[in-house]
Design a protein around this ligand. Structure first.
Ligand code: FAD
Length: 412
């Protein structure tokens, strides 16, 4: 008899877990309180960030953070009402910024990143979703020598982790991307980075394939668990209780409270990012652009041009502050001067972030029938495929493709 497994959360991470598990022959139920793919996974920049081994906490961050918090133009925001609950997270974050920790974390992140395509390829092919993926690369751009010099350690870390990069001057960058501002003086081309041109449609294609393969999507808000001697036996939802054999917690930033109810505390915070979408323009960007000076990304998506940025620490469900989205808009227009018009839409999504820039992937330390798969911060789209593959390997008892010790839930 096939085993039944219940995945909680249908963002890109939960969907990839559910689909990998279904493909392994499990009876899979995917429980989602809203619509699949509509939270953090909806409006991200779309990059499969295989070059992004560099963690968020870097040496020198302690000096920079206080200034950034008081600068209205800064890409880092913290709601003052949120300070007491975020403080322990920030202390751990600062501890993660020591150089030897950074070196280790980069290598550990990279151990997942090198499997990005292996994690996704069977899912994308099986769902006939390759039209949502392009392989034109990514370009980091610099408008000041100071920003370029400031990136030297991060670039070196990438290089030492096997990332292929080409350093360009401003003119070479504009030959590749004519829409770029003349203020760009240097760029780094990352030709091996691919991306999705619509993160929501990619997730949606995978959900449809999951259903086509016999998976079940249940709309319900999981409020708690009934726990027996061998772990949870029921999930308690706003639509009643459901029996469970095995459970995967993949509920993005909301995993923190679910994990806590299952006896595991994790320092998971919402690092809320914003986007603005513009209608199609009379220029095309071939690849995704990331500005080091402005801390924004900008890319041509399936339906218009999307600029993203900002890390705002606040409660995940607190109302968005769309003035922050307008900051992203102003910087996007300065970087790509041909960008015209008002945004067609503005959006906020909560990146689920741990202070050591690593997800939690593994079996619950308390209950052998529970798996955790959350906390992928800026890289949830990128790491979802391999995370799903690893969860399926754990559930089937196969050796895992990646050593999961660095991602243990009880490491904090
Ligand atoms: C501006 C921005 C740009 C980004 N750019 C990139 C990028 O270029 N590349 C990249 O790799 N990543 C990027 N990210 C990060 C990426 O979007 C996230 O890491 C990823 O979407 C997290 O996916 P998730 O499935 O863990 O969470 P989510 O997408 O938030 O999904 C969690 C799901 O769980 C559901 N849920 C929660 N609680 C319950 C419950 N109790 N019961 C039932 N369901 C529940 C929620 O409704 C939600 O649908 C970006 C993020 C932002 C905000």
């Amino acid at each position: 008899m096939a085993k039944t497994i219940t995945v909680i959360g249908a963002g890109i991470v939960g969907v990839c877990c559910a689909l990998h598990l279904r493909r392994e022959g499990f009876n899979v139920r995917l429980v989602e309180k809203g619509e699949p793919g509509m939270k953090a996974s909806f409006g991200n920049s779309g990059s499969f960030g295989t070059a992004s081994c560099v963690p968020f906490a870097m040496p020198g961050v302690l000096k920079k953070v206080p200034k950034m918090l008081f600068d209205p133009e800064s890409p880092l925001k913290l709601r003052w009402s949120h300070v007491p609950s975020a403080l322990p997270w920030f202390l751990r974050f600062i501890a993660s910024a020591r150089r030897e920790r950074v070196e280790k974390i980069a290598a550990e992140r990279n151990s997942l990143l090198v499997h990005t395509h292996a994690g996704y390829a069977p899912l994308i092919e099986g769902a006939d979703a390759s039209r949502w993926v392009d392989h034109n690369g990514l370009m980091m751009v610099f408008e000041s020598e100071a920003a370029f010099a400031g990136a030297s350690y991060a670039l070196d870390l990438r290089r030492r982790n096997g990332v292929h990069m080409d350093i360009l001057d401003g003119n070479e960058a504009r030959q590749m991307e004519p829409a770029l501002s003349k203020s760009v003086i240097k760029a780094v081309s990352l030709p091996d980075v691919s991306r999705t041109i619509d993160p929501f449609r990619l997730t949606d294609s995978l959900v449809r394939d999951f259903v086509r393969r016999g998976g079940e999507v249940v709309q319900a808000d999981v409020k708690g668990f009934e726990i027996g001697t061998a772990g949870p036996t029921k999930i308690l939802t706003d639509r009643g209780a459901l029996d469970v054999e095995q459970v995967v917690i993949a509920a993005g930033v909301w995993s923190r409270s679910l994990a806590k109810q299952l006896g595991t505390s994790v320092p998971l915070e919402a690092e809320r990012g914003y986007h603005v979408m513009f209608a199609d323009q009379d220029f095309a960007l071939k690849r995704a652009l990331v500005s080091a000076d402005r801390n924004i990304s900008i890319a041509h998506m399936h339906a218009g041009v999307r600029a993203t940025g900002v890390a705002e620490f606040a409660a995940p469900d607190a109302p968005p502050d769309m003035r922050i989205a307008d900051r992203v808009m102003r910087h996007a227009k300065a970087l790509v001067p041909g960008l015209k018009g008002e945004p067609a839409s503005r959006w906020m999504g909560p990146r689920p972030s741990h202070p050591d820039s690593k997800p939690v992937i593994g079996r619950s330390p308390r209950h052998s029938n529970v798996f955790f798969a959350f906390g992928h911060d800026h890289l949830g789209l990128t790491m979802a495929g391999i995370t799903g593959k690893l969860v399926a390997e754990l559930a089937t008892g196969k050796p895992t493709t990646v050593d999961l010790a660095p991602f243990r839930p009880d490491r904090f």
